[in-house]
Design a protein around this ligand. Structure first.
Ligand code: CA
Length: 561
């Protein structure tokens, strides 16, 4: 049934306006906090409040903000500027650390999501720490959290000739995205360790081609049999295989003690190999060495292809961090190298059993939709962290486009927090050694026996995964869209509700200030339309939130005069 509800805001105010208070927000000006080794400034315009905080340059730099709240799950935001280029931030909210990236804005103030966080009733504390330093802090904002709907990912891979097994694996991953998280562990010894203490086999085994780097073999590394052991693990367990490659630079290793020895040759610090210069000279000998190394890895990947094993292939990871040589010269050489590798392995060598996993930095490092199948994060943070900052940051760009996964972590995800925070990683992978061995066994067991976690023993026949189980088109939750967008002065909201119910609608501005709230009593099931009239608003970005029952939908709308 379709009905038209025409609503103008003045009529709203008269008939429906209620100060319900269900959408909380707390705006904390940085300049009002307890400041240590930082300075208040008003030099650059455009800040909120009475200024901003600058001079986040020493290890002791910190801004401490204490405020009173009502308990709930909130989205956290940082008002910031990055005059020195993109920087990493670090904050602690009630003692729980989170971190992420701030894009380059120059002297212009902007707002970055920091993920979701639980606030408690009474006093709460936020501490903004130096992180990478050299960024300015305007404010910290909390607003009542909403979890956006996880949209289905297209059934396509960047390899048009991907093998049927590889396509089947991707179909399986897509079908379980947002429903289950596949367990995973780095290194065969630690895969065995997890099995020995939990009785369960991680669904994804994560391995590395490091010692197949030709420049390591030149120094005596002997990888003989490594690939065969990975293949044997996959056949023994029916688990999925993920492989990364700590690629020792093809040449130009510094090889000096203490921290630049040849076996550190994947680190920027241990090589003078200049990827930008090498790529600029395709006729040069170093360019040929790049190809030689990729060809060496192609030999190993072909063994998986012959064995009928698809590979979640994750080369050139953590490039944006700059600590590996493939990321040391900025995003452009990295993207060029990534694309060159796709071309070399897929087109030149005819390897068609790969699902290409890109470990994300900020958006400027993304090689492009035509070159990436899965987007991933490597996250090292405090135990118990929901890791939602990085999730939210990435999800905004890739919802409905690519699967998002946790390709490396130093702590286990917390399954109980996943539905509320919406952090539906396709799979996770805990790093090896102490990272897994120092976690109390009871905690490892709790994760591996959680109903949201899928282990190798729980995997269906993913090699013959046929029909795609996508969410039904009938909404099970409230959905919201609008057109036109941008608009001036009116726009039409199209709201889908699964049942007849009372809905609450709120419109807030970019700082989280609620401009309008209204109730739609006994809104009928199906698709309904509401006209918004923004003639009394100023130009800018607004958020429309529709809540009913346990479901919430949110939409960004932009008024442009
Ligand atoms: Ca401020």
């Amino acid at each position: 049934m379709k009905s038209i509800v025409l609503i103008h805001f003045l009529a709203f105010l008269f008939l429906f306006f209620q100060q319900t208070g269900y959408a909380q927000h707390y705006l904390l000006e940085a300049e009002s906090g307890k400041l240590t080794s930082v300075q208040k400034s008003t030099t650059n315009p455009g800040y909120s409040g009475t200024g901003y905080v600058t001079g986040m340059t020493s290890d002791g730099s910190r801004i401490e903000l204490t405020f009173s709240a009502t308990a709930g799950l909130f989205s956290a935001f940082l008002g910031f500027a990055t005059p020195g280029g993109a920087k990493g931030y670090e904050v602690e909210i009630n003692g729980i650390k989170s971190s992420g990236m701030l894009p380059e804005t120059g002297k212009t103030f902007s707002k970055a999501g920091m993920g979701k966080v639980e606030l408690k009733t009474g006093d709460n504390t936020v501490v903004v720490k130096k992180g990478w330093g050299w960024f300015d802090v305007d404010y910290v904002l909390f607003e009542t959290a909403t979890v956006p709907e996880l949209l289905p990912v297209p059934d396509s891979l960047i390899d048009g000739q991907a093998s049927s097994l590889t396509r089947s694996l991707h179909r399986f991953l897509r079908a379980h995205y947002g429903k289950k998280i596949l367990s995973g562990q780095q290194d065969e010894d630690d895969l065995d360790y997890v099995k020995s203490i939990t009785g369960k086999t991680p669904a994804v085994g994560h391995f590395d081609f490091m010692d197949y780097s030709p420049s390591r073999i030149q120094f005596g590394a002997n990888p003989t049999g490594n690939t065969e052991k990975m293949i044997a693990w996959a056949k023994r367990t029916n688990g999925l295989v993920s492989i990364s490659w700590h690629w020792n630079a093809p040449t130009d290793l510094i090889n000096l003690a203490p921290d630049k020895l040849w076996w550190s040759g994947f680190y920027t610090r241990a090589t003078t190999f200049d990827i930008k210069a090498v790529l600029a000279d395709p006729g040069g000998s170093r360019y040929q060495l790049l190809l030689r190394d990729m060809d060496a890895i192609a030999v190993q990947l072909k063994k998986f292809q012959t064995a009928g094993i698809p590979v979640l292939w994750r080369p050139l990871h953590e490039a944006a961090g700059g600590w590996f040589w493939w990321g040391a010269k900025g995003s452009q050489p990295f993207i060029e190298l990534w694309r060159l590798m796709v071309s070399r392995l897929r087109d030149h060598h005819g390897i068609h059993n790969l699902i290409w996993v890109y470990t994300t930095g900020d958006q400027s490092w993304y090689p492009g939709d035509e070159f990436v199948d899965i987007v991933s994060h490597d996250i090292y943070t405090d135990k118990g962290s929901p890791m939602s900052g990085q999730w939210d940051e990435t999800f905004v760009h890739f919802n409905g486009k690519k699967l998002v996964t946790l390709s490396e972590s130093g702590t286990l995800p917390v399954p109980a927090k996943i539905p509320a925070y919406g952090t539906w990683w396709s799979y996770f992978s805990l790093w090896s050694g102490d990272f897994i061995r120092k976690i109390p066994i009871s905690e490892v067991k709790a994760v591996y026996s959680h109903p949201l976690i899928m282990n190798a023993e729980d995997l269906p026949d993913w090699k013959n995964y046929s029909s795609v189980e996508l969410p039904p088109s009938v909404p099970s939750e409230i959905r919201l869209k609008n057109y036109p967008n941008p608009f001036n002065p009116g726009t039409k909201l199209v709201i889908s509700s699964p049942t007849s119910q009372d809905l609450k609608v709120s419109i807030s501005d970019i700082l989280g200030r609620t401009i309008q709230e209204l109730e739609l009593k006994r809104f009928s099931a199906g698709e309904n339309e509401v006209i918004l009239n923004g003639s009394s608003w100023s130009s800018g970005l607004y958020f429309v939130r529709v809540e009913g029952g346990k479901s919430t939908a949110i939409q960004k709308i932009i008024l442009v005069r």
